[in-house]
Design a protein around this ligand. Structure first.
Ligand SMILES: NC(=O)c1ccc[n+]([C@@H]2O[C@H](COP(=O)([O-])OP(=O)(O)OC[C@H]3O[C@@H](n4cnc5c(N)ncnc54)[C@H](OP(=O)(O)O)[C@@H]3O)[C@@H](O)[C@H]2O)c1
Length: 251
C-alpha cells in the first residue's frame, strides 16, 4: 500500500493475512501487539502459561480479528515445539514471530539458583528456540522475527543482573541472527522499550496510571506501534533496532 501525502510517497506493507505468533501475547505488550495486528487483518496465535489470562486475551484479541491460543511454558523445548506445531495446524505456515514472553525475576539477593535458571531459559533459550523454529519455516520463503528486548541491555541496572544478562543476550542474538537470516529473506528486528505499564512492573495500578500521565511510563500500545512500524516497511527496508522510552524517563 502506497499513500501520497504532502511529503511524498509513504509505502507501507499490509499485515492483512500474515500468519503471526506472539509469545507472551496474553498480557501487556504482547497482547497489545496481537490486538493491533489482528485489527489489521493478521491471523494471530498467542501463548502464555496461565489459562485465565489466555481466555481473557482471546476474547480481547478475537474481538479485533482472527485469534488462536494455547497455554505453554516456553522455558521448555517440548512446549516450544508444541507451540509451532499448533501454529502450523491453525495457520498453515508462519510469516511473523514476535518473541516477547519473558519474566523479570527477583532482586539479586532474593533470587534462587532455580529462579535464575528459569529466567534464562524463558528469556534467552526460549527466544532462541522460537527463532530456530521460525527460521525453519521461513527460510527461502521470507518472514520477519521481532525480538522484544529491553533498555536493560544497555542500562544494566543493579536490581536484576539475571534479567539484564538475558536482555543483553537478546540484543547480541538479534544482531547476529539478522546477519544469518537476511540471506534467507528473513528480517530481524529488536525492539527495546524503557518502562512500560504492565504486570511486569511491581507497582500498584494507581501509581502506574500516575506515571503514564506524568510521561514517565509507556503504555503497551506504544510498543505495539513500534512493532507494527517495523513489520510494515517495504521489503528493501529493514528496521534493525528500535529504542522507545517514556518522554520523561531520564535514564
Ligand atoms: N514492562 C516493562 O517495563 C518492559 C520494559 C522493557 C522490556 N519489556 C519486555 O517486554 C516483554 C513483555 O513484557 P510485559 O511488560 O508485557 O510483561 P507481562 O505483562 O508480564 O507479559 C509477559 C508475557 O509473557 C508470558 N510468559 C512469561 N513467562 C513465560 C513462559 N515461561 N512461557 C510462556 N509465556 C510466558 C506471560 O504470560 P504467563 O505469565 O501466563 O506465562 C505474559 O503473556 C518482555 O520481553 C519484557 O522483558 C518490558
Amino acid at each position: 500500500m502506497a499513500e501520497q501525502g504532502a511529503g511524498g510517497w509513504y509505502e507501507a506493507q499490509p499485515v492483512a493475512g500474515k500468519r503471526v505468533i506472539v509469545t507472551g501475547g496474553t498480557t501487556g505488550i504482547g497482547r497489545a501487539v496481537a490486538r493491533l495486528l489482528a485489527a489489521h487483518g493478521a491471523r494471530v496465535v498467542i501463548v502464555g502459561r496461565h489459562e485465565d489470562d489466555l481466555r481473557e486475551a482471546l476474547d480481547d484479541v478475537g474481538a479485533a480479528g482472527e485469534a488462536h491460543g494455547l497455554t505453554a511454558d516456553l522455558s521448555r523445548l517440548d512446549d516450544v515445539r508444541r507451540l509451532f506445531a499448533t501454529a502450523d495446524e491453525r495457520l498453515g505456515g508462519l510469516d511473523v514471530l514476535v518473541n516477547n514472553a519473558a519474566v523479570y525475576g527477583d532482586e539479586w539477593d532474593e533470587e534462587s539458583l532455580e529462579d535464575a535458571e528459569y529466567a534464562i531459559r524463558t528469556n534467552l533459550v526460549g527466544y532462541v528456540a522460537c527463532a530456530h523454529q521460525a527460521f525453519d519455516r521461513m527460510k527461502g520463503r521470507g518472514g520477519h522475527v521481532v525480538n522484544v528486548g529491553s533498555m536493560s541491555a544497555d542500562l544494566r541496572e543493579p536490581s536484576g543482573p539475571t534479567y539484564v544478562s538475558t536482555k543483553a543476550g537478546i540484543q547480541a542474538f538479534s544482531e547476529s541472527f539478522r546477519k544469518a537470516a537476511n540471506e534467507q529473506g528473513i528480517k530481524v528486528t529488536v525492539v527495546e522499550p524503557g518502562k512500560v505499564s504492565t504486570d511486569m512492573i511491581q507497582k500498584p495500578d494507581r501509581e502506574k496510571a500516575r506515571l503514564e500521565k506524568e510521561q514517565k511510563m509507556l503504555r503497551p500500545e506504544d510498543v505495539a506501534a513500534c512493532v507494527f512500524f517495523a513489520l510494515t516497511q517495504p521489503d528493501r527496508c529493514d528496521v534493525v533496532a528500535l529504542q522507545v522510552r517514556p518522554h520523561l524517563q531520564v535514564i
